[in-house]
Design a protein around this ligand. Structure first.
Ligand SMILES: Cc1ncc(C[n+]2csc(CCOP(=O)(O)OP(=O)(O)O)c2C)c(N)n1
Ligand SMILES: [Mg+2]
Length: 378
């Protein structure tokens, strides 16, 4: 284990002065440490590909960038990595949390393919990779030397205008788990908001829920065959719901998204607005944070997602900051032609020990039971 503070200082000593990325729950400590340290200015990117763009831009302006990401975010990063940083030789250091790495074993199933492929993909691309060396013995005198030597090797590659990647196993970086304080607060929790939405459904809807704690909360309290719990593919719940809504116009489809996920692939709001399925209800539970990874802020506090949806062509759009407003908006959407958009401001209260859906349903089962619900009942 390497302390977040020592790790960040070691990068600063080597001249890294532009930090960007997207959080991972196993990086909670290090990202929260960075966010709480003014000498480590961090730009929260909408997605990992955008983080590579930010890093490249900072290099154009004379900086030495580092990008933090989860291994599952590597897919988002692949295009700008290959066609920008590697082809233009724009150096940067990637710090990747290795989920189900390196053998694709353990962790949640959605991490396994990327976990098993990451080493080979990095090698094929010519990215210099090293794994953060971990010592079992906390008292191992050589521990510090080992990881500092690893950093030196990767840094040499970056200094030669290459892209280098440090892969960190879960628990490899530790730090303060608390995010910076949050000024805003709202009466509804994620669980409260879900209960109010669930209360107005008539049981015929296909419900597509986003990755992370939202799906786990829905599973705990409102499990039903018509729920498609997405774990992974962050930011694509809306596209999945749109595909279903367009393919089966007679069926009401509800998407339950988070602010971080909505922002990650914001373009899908425009696709919904353009194709305007009357049978789509789009609900974003907005805690202004990546709640599932430790409440690091998103950029939703300065983006009016309700007006964005309206501007994209949604037929109606509401912003709800409490239970009464949410109930009124849900009532206004009932029976009305969509697409309708509900932005629900929620607080950061979390249900402890949420169950993992995969402990009950395999991902294959989750997908097929939802499909059977739509197709058989259709
Ligand atoms: C491509 C990708 N990058 C990062 C993650 C890690 N991750 C899982 S959930 C999550 C936060 C989601 O935030 P939001 O959509 O606002 O939902 P909340 O957790 O706040 O309910 C992140 C960053 C991921 N699963 N996939
Ligand atoms: Mg959120």
């Amino acid at each position: 284990m390497v302390a977040a503070e020592s790790f960040c200082q070691a990068l600063r000593r080597r001249g890294y002065d532009f930090w960007t990325g997207v959080p991972c729950s196993t990086f909670k400590g290090v990202i929260n440490h960075i966010l709480a340290t003014p000498e480590l200015p961090f730009v929260m990117a909408a997605n990992e590909g955008a983080a590579v763009g930010l890093a490249a831009g900072s290099w154009l302006a004379g900086r030495k960038p580092v990008v933090l990401l989860q291994s599952s975010g590597f897919g988002n990063l692949l295009n700008p990595l290959t066609s920008l940083s590697l082809s233009y030789r724009m150096p940067m250091l990637l710090v990747i949390s290795g989920r189900a790495y390196p053998d694709g074993v353990g962790d949640e199933p959605q991490h396994r393919l990327m976990g098993a492929s990451l080493r080979d993909v990095l090698r094929l691309l010519g990215v210099r990779r090293a794994d953060l060396p971990l010592s079992e013995a906390a008292s191992d005198a050589n521990r510090d030397d080992a990881w500092e030597a690893t950093l030196d090797d990767l840094d040499g590659w970056v200094e030669a205008d290459g892209v280098a990647a440090l892969v960190v196993p879960p628990g490899g970086l530790t730090g303060r788990g608390t995010p910076p304080p949050w000024e805003a607060d709202y009466p509804l929790s994620r669980a409260d908001a879900l209960a109010r939405v669930a209360a107005v459904l008539d049981g015929s809807e296909l419900v597509v829920s986003t990755t992370g704690k939202l799906s786990r909360e829905l599973f705990l309290r409102h499990d039903r065959q018509g729920n498609f719990y997405m774990q992974g593919s962050m930011g694509h719940a809306r596209a999945i719901a749109l595909g279903a809504a367009l393919a089966e116009p007679a069926r009401r489809v509800v998407v339950l998204d988070g602010d971080g996920a909505c922002l990650m692939h914001l373009g899908s709001l425009s696709t919904v607005g353009h194709y305007a399925p009357a049978n789509l209800l789009d609900v974003v539970l907005d805690n202004e944070a990546h709640g599932s990874t430790g409440h690091q802020h998103t950029t939703s506090s300065t983006t009016d997602l309700a007006r964005t949806a309206e501007a994209c062509g949604y037929r109606r759009s509401f912003q709800c900051a409490d239970g009464a407003a949410l109930d009124a908006a849900l009532a206004a959407c009932r029976g009305a032609a969509g697409p309708s958009f509900l932005l629900v401001k929620i607080n950061r209260q979390e249900t402890p020990d949420l169950p993992r859906i995969t402990a009950t349903y395999s991902q294959e089962t989750t997908a097929r039971r939802a499909r059977d619900f739509v197709v058989a009942a259709g």
